[in-house]
Write a protein that binds this ligand. Structure first.
Ligand SMILES: *Cc1c(COP(=O)(O)O)cnc(C)c1O
Length: 401
């Protein structure tokens, strides 16, 4: 990849996405589910650029959305309504209403109270809303606490017993059609066992619903497949699918999978330019033009991202913290990273930046968000222009008087 050329054409900081890599990941995962009916519902929050969503739409993907804004993006990018799922722990009445009107595949309900709201709104609209219920199987996904979602002490989903009551209620309602069951136990999963255990619990639940004549069609296994940021061992898509298949004996269900990071993380690069080197006592800092407002994961999760320097420098490597210009001590991309001596305008490539990168960005410190560029068949194309100062003040300026 010619990062120098991309930097000179599009300036820095810059996000670059390799769409061909995303295709390869998508095809590998879809292929793994061969032998059963399946829909890959791309988790839009991992990278919500319209051109990226459109790319997945063209591959036949559906979409998993966690706000009505994401649902609207999915429609705009050409994902068919019957492949769109709306998840999330707190949907507003307006969001529920619009999702029902748009006739998406189903709303993933996350509490008894929410089931009541969905029923009421469907009744007001005189329609029937397809739903699925997010079950919390209480399995430890063995990952970082901020990205685990399948334990009772966090906010996601409902317990098995509550879910059963909800299915019975939904089945008896004129306005609700329970079609699916859902679990999503966390993100960046690198162990197969918790996924298998969760699937087994949820599959048993499907059987117990069958025994009371509630027939579901969709078995939604969520997303969460981990990727390599550093030297993690990851789950092979084939093994993942086989583990899920093994829990579904005797059940004829369409599997819905909601991959996000798996499709996008390692397709993305964040390109940033060196501004200065500085030394505070024995500590070496490399100050770059990108910052935590562009890529938050290192600050938020202490996440590791590989950093590759592009420089003529042949100097010896030494430890440095790579930091941005934002006024926060937490504004860093790497700590104690081995780097050569760098010059003004040398480039650093931050790897694995395609998921939860741009989307978690902000305008903190009145910094415009980066441009985004997509690569396909070796060709680069701008897919979001860099935010200018005028963009940042547009919604405030009229109130100055
Ligand atoms: C975030 C999320 C996903 C995607 O998670 P990844 O770790 O990016 O695969 C899928 N489903 C739901 C419900 C989510 O909240």
């Amino acid at each position: 990849m010619n990062f120098k050329e991309l930097a000179s054409t599009y300036k820095t900081p810059l996000y670059i996405y390799d769409l061909d890599y995303m295709s390869a990941q998508y095809k590998e995962l879809k292929e793994a589910f061969k032998g059963r009916k399946s829909i890959m519902a791309y988790a839009i929050k991992s990278n919500s650029n319209l051109s990226v969503i459109k790319h997945f739409a063209e591959l036949g993907s559906g979409a998993d959305c966690v706000s009505i804004g994401e649902v609207r993006r999915a429609f705009l990018a050409g994902i068919p309504s019957y492949k769109i799922i709306f998840s999330g722990v707190g949907k507003s009445d307006d969001e529920i209403r619009e999702a029902i009107q748009k006739d998406i595949l189903y709303i993933n309900v996350e509490s008894e109270a929410e089931l009541g709201r969905v029923e009421l709104i469907a009744k007001e609209l005189n329609s029937v809303c397809r739903i699925s219920i997010r079950v919390n199987p209480n399995i430890d996904p063995l990952t970082h606490p901020y990205i685990s979602t399948g334990l009772h002490d966090n906010k996601f989903g409902v317990e098995i017993d509550a879910a059963k009551r909800m299915y019975i209620r939904a089945n008896n309602s004129e306005y609700l059609d329970p079609v699916g069951i859902h679990f999503h136990i966390g993100s960046q999963l690198t162990e197969l066992e918790p996924i298998y255990e969760s699937a087994a619990i949820v599959a048993d639940m499907v059987r117990s619903l069958q025994s009371i004549k509630i027939e579901l069609k969709f078995f939604d296994v969520g997303g969460g497949l981990g990727v390599k940021y550093n030297n993690e061992t990851t789950i092979k898509p084939y093994d993942y699918a086989q583990a899920i298949f093994s829990t579904l004996k005797g059940l004829d269900l369409t599997i819905i999978c909601e991959p996000g990071r798996f499709l996008t993380a390692n397709a993305g690069y964040f390109l940033t330019k060196v501004l200065y080197e500085k030394q505070n006592g024995s500590k070496r800092f490399v100050v770059v033009d990108g910052a935590m407002n562009d890529l938050l994961r290192p600050s938020l999760y202490k996440a590791y991202h590989k950093i590759e320097p592009i420089t003529e420098s042949k100097s010896e490597l030494s430890q440095a913290d790579v930091v941005g210009p934002v006024c926060e001590s937490g504004d860093f991309f790497a700590k104690e990273c081995m780097l050569p001596t760098l010059e003004h305008n040398d480039l650093l490539v931050v790897h694995s930046a395609g998921a939860y990168g741009f989307g978690m960005g902000s305008n903190y410190n009145t910094r415009g968000r980066s441009a985004e560029v997509a690569l396909k068949g070796g060709k680069a194309k701008l897919i979001r222009r860099r935010e200018e100062f005028e963009d940042l003040i547009a919604l405030e300026k009229e109130f100055l008087e």
